[in-house]
Design a protein around this ligand. Structure first.
Ligand code: SER
Length: 333
């Protein structure tokens, strides 16, 4: 990665679901001063010190991105600023402008300044005509959401900037991400995070996807390793560069419930299907084949379903009993 020659890393969307943890993951690996967080909003006062160095950057504004790159002498951008699937479906024009327009601006600035760029694609880049079980690395991609359209176009644009201009673009296709730190917001896979908060607070959860909706998922520590390890990988080994399938586990709401019940036996779930998010989930794969990532940069996730559930419950019980106003209710462990 370019950063190893002393240049800094810029993380866009640093206050979002991935960003708020990736910033700290990168700082643990490269040092606090080498990693600049940026977002279109400011961190709440109690976290703002922790986010420093911080730059205010609206990724639809080329000047603001360029100024941050120059001011902080940036060599690598982890470009995370984007709307998730359900939020994008509610505001397709905003999603196109931010998800696509933001990436295009970042790539143009990367071309002019010789920057490396990490771009997160998603299981959303697949659609109903994609083989849904063990979805291959190279396969049919005809998504039916605006989010998916921007992700496929983003994958292609990153490939183009590498092939045409030599920009060091790299990226993965993330499945649903689960974390006890930052909430997702506006995604289709969000149920797999919400369920833990409700299980601990109230002992019950109403799920917006059906019991048997199978989706690919990953625990956040693995997602952070994927981004950081791919950017540090030996470029000569990379055949794909962008849009590597990565996966940690694959489960349905019913299977997740059974696993949670091993710790909270009285946990209850019921279902109130949201047709928009159900249709999105139904168009996405059940599980991904991540063999290209394993072969080309030694990808290997650490967390399976039982390990993730155990850790989520342990971490959230501490967090919710310590600081959250709602407190820990209905904990039947
Ligand atoms: N977690 C994302 C979403 O649900 C998928 O990339 O939108």
């Amino acid at each position: 990665m370019n950063t190893l020659d002393g240049k800094r890393i810029l993380v866009t969307g640093a206050l979002g679901q991935i960003g708020s943890e990736l910033v700290h993951g990168l700082r643990r690996r490269y040092g606090k001063d080498l990693v600049v967080a940026s977002d279109i909003r400011y961190a709440p006062p109690e976290e703002s010190q922790e986010m420093e160095p911080f730059a205010y950057v609206d990724c639809t504004n080329e000047t603001q991105i360029s100024e941050a790159i120059r001011r902080w002498d940036v060599g690598t951008v982890f470009h995370l600023a984007s709307l998730l699937s359900a939020a994008a479906e509610a505001k397709p024009h905003v999603a196109w402008n931010l998800n696509m327009g933001g990436l295009y601006r970042v790539l143009e600035i990367a071309r002019e300044n010789n920057l490396a760029v990490f771009f997160p694609s998603s299981i959303g880049a697949f659609g109903p005509s994609t083989p849904s079980v063990k979805t291959p690395q190279d396969t049919i991609q005809r998504p039916t959401t605006i989010y998916g359209v921007t992700k496929v176009a983003g994958e292609l644009l990153c490939d183009y900037y590498f092939q045409r201009f030599g920009v060091d673009t790299r990226g993965v296709r993330y499945p649903g991400l689960i974390s006890h730190i930052a909430p997702p917001g506006g995604g289709t896979t969000d149920y797999a995070v919400d369920i833990f908060y409700e299980a601990i607070r109230h002992g019950r959860y109403t799920c917006f996807l059906s019991a048997e909706t199978r989706l690919d998922m990953m625990y956040m520590p693995d997602a952070l390793d994927a981004a950081i390890d791919l950017m540090a990988a030996d470029a000569d080994r990379l055949v794909h560069r962008n849009a590597f399938n990565v996966t940690g586990m694959s489960f349905t709401p019913e299977e997740l419930t059974s696993e949670i019940r091993k710790h909270l036996p009285r946990f209850e779930i019921d279902y109130q299907i949201d047709p928009v998010r159900q249709a999105i989930a139904d168009s996405w794969p059940d599980s991904l084949d991540d063999s290209a990532a394993r072969a080309e940069w030694d990808w290997s996730p650490r967390y399976d379903l039982p390990m993730m559930v155990e850790d989520m419950l342990r971490q959230l019980e501490v967090k919710l009993s310590a600081g959250d106003g709602a407190g820990v209710k209905g904990n039947t462990r």
